[in-house]
Design a protein around this ligand. Structure first.
Ligand code: 6PG
Length: 473
């Protein structure tokens, strides 16, 4: 009676779209949802799309499990956190050795690791899978970042590859490492997504407040940029968002949208992971901070009343060409940081993350898909460098583009437009390429108050200074 190639639990938007994608690729998919009415709605949608023949709807969880061919692959698309653990416990008594749970939400990678460690000794394969591309991606081809049980990955591989996005015919789906590797990579993807979005928003701020551009004109600039080195999904949709008109008022929609950004947590996880690994990811941190500041609208309104509005016209000499290059430079720094975080995590957790493959499977399907990821994957495939800022192709771009980033950040500082992310990228770049830094002074201070010791440049071993007493000061 087992007729389905794969099972899927959780028919909210992402789950439904993934199930339809699977059916469309010719695989039979068993579907289950806690609320049975949602299953009926899904079947109706599948029917409209001529795919109901490939769907096995099951309102009973046990029958649902039994309807999937062994070794079973069961996708769960439920809310991250406790609901995932609860679902695992419900499934567990009815699974057989060799079966697999494929969890495709935005889970914290340490939760995924814990679940993997819990299920592996029980003979159940656990796969933590990052799926990127939003609703459209899930339906027509997402980027799929797989981590966890390698043996069970091989069972699900043909289906996951079939439903994934393709770049030059290659599937944007890969196994990246054991345990929580897939969800870790998805988290960093989201951190980079935050950085990209924030830097685009900052550039829009320069256009609006510095150059006095209306949304339609700004939209035209982004559309133009999408034909050049910045070509990417996020630049493309920015062009559309900026040109949209609110039908009720006839005004640009973007001018009516409240300037408070939401966030569900993956950006914060990304910044925390970077900090814990001791790898700077200042662009991601800046982007998370910018969203947090944005959410305190009332406080910002009160602060503007205290300090006054920004003084206005200082940005009018800004060159659009510089703005484009500044965004490119900021992005390169942000990606360099994201990849450096992954390289360190790979070492720390023994994942052996394939950086070139990660860049490859991000070339299509996902939210950060872009032209320059192709260049990045080629750079990592050549090997040698873990920081993109040291890869010859990117060195060439940065040598030119950092001057523009500098001009824009300076214009922001003088013109009073906040550029949290772009300025963080520039400061990182300047710190990264500065052979003689200022931590010698920090080390002296640490030794002064805490006898932490320091190294000297002209003799070996840990040293201490002879410091005056400051007692009584
Ligand atoms: C994707 C997205 C998707 C979602 C994130 C970020 O890759 O398809 O990253 O997973 O956008 O949840 O959402 P927030 O901006 O709400 O944190």
């Amino acid at each position: 009676m087992a007729s389905a190639d794969i099972g899927l639990i959780g028919l909210a938007v992402m789950g439904s779209n993934l199930a339809l994608n699977i059916a469309e690729k010719g695989y039979t998919v068993a579907v289950h949802n806690r609320t049975a009415a949602r299953i009926d709605e899904f079947v109706a949608t599948a029917k409209e799309q001529g795919l109901d023949g490939k769907v096995v709807p099951e309102a009973d969880l046990v029958q649902f499990i039994q309807s999937v061919k062994r070794p079973r692959s069961i996708i769960i698309m439920v809310k991250a956190g406790k609901p995932v653990d609860e679902m695992i416990e419900q499934l567990l008594p009815h699974l057989d050795a060799g079966d697999a749970i494929l969890e495709c939400g935005n889970s914290l990678f340490t939760d995924t690791q814990r679940r993997f460690d819990y299920l592996t000794p029980k003979g159940i394969g656990y796969l933590g899978i990052g799926v990127s591309g939003g609703e459209e991606g899930a339906r027509h081809g997402p980027s799929i970042m797989v981590g966890g049980a390698e043996e069970q990955w091989k069972n699900a591989q043909p289906i996951l590859e079939a439903i994934s996005a393709k770049f030059n015919g290659e599937p944007c789906c890969a196994y990246l490492g054991k345990g929580g590797a897939g969800h870790f990579v998805k988290t960093i993807h989201n951190g980079i997504e935050y950085g990209d979005m924030q830097m685009i928003a900052e550039v829009y701020g320069v256009m609006r407040d510095g150059l006095g551009m209306d949304p339609k004109t700004a939209s035209g600039v982004f559309k133009e940029w999408n034909n050049g080195p910045l070509n990417s999904y996020l630049i493309e949709i920015t062009g559309y968002v900026l040109e949209a008109i609110d039908p009720q008022t006839g005004k640009p929609l973007v001018d009516l949208i409240l300037d408070k950004a939401g966030q569900k947590g993956t950006g914060v996880w990304s910044a925390i992971a970077a900090q814990q690994l001791g790898v700077p990811a200042t662009a991601i941190e800046g982007a998370v901070a910018a969203r947090s500041i944005s959410s305190g609208k009332d406080e910002r309104v009160a602060a503007e009343a205290v300090y006054g509005k920004r003084s206005g016209s200082h940005g009018r000499h800004i060159d659009i060409g510089d703005l484009e290059k500044a965004l490119l430079a900021g992005k390169i720094v942000s990606y360099a940081q994201g990849f450096a975080v992954m390289a360190k995590a790979s070492e720390e957790y023994g994942w052996n993350l394939p950086l070139a493959t990660i860049a490859k499977i991000w070339r299509a399907g996902c939210i950060i898909r872009s032209r320059f990821l192709d260049q990045m994957s080629a750079a990592f495939a050549r090997g040698g460098a873990t920081n993109l800022l040291m890869v010859p192709d990117f060195v060439t771009i940065m040598k030119d583009a950092h001057h523009s980033l500098r001009k824009i950040v300076a214009a922001g500082a003088i013109g009073e437009f906040p550029l949290i992310c772009l300025s963080a990228s520039l400061a990182y770049f300047d710190s990264y390429r500065q052979a003689q830094g200022t931590a010698n002074l920090t080390q002296g201070q640490r030794d002064f108050f805490g006898a932490h010791g320091f190294e000297l440049i002209d003799r070996p071993g840990e040293q201490h200074g002879t410091w005056p007493s400051t007692l009584g000061n």
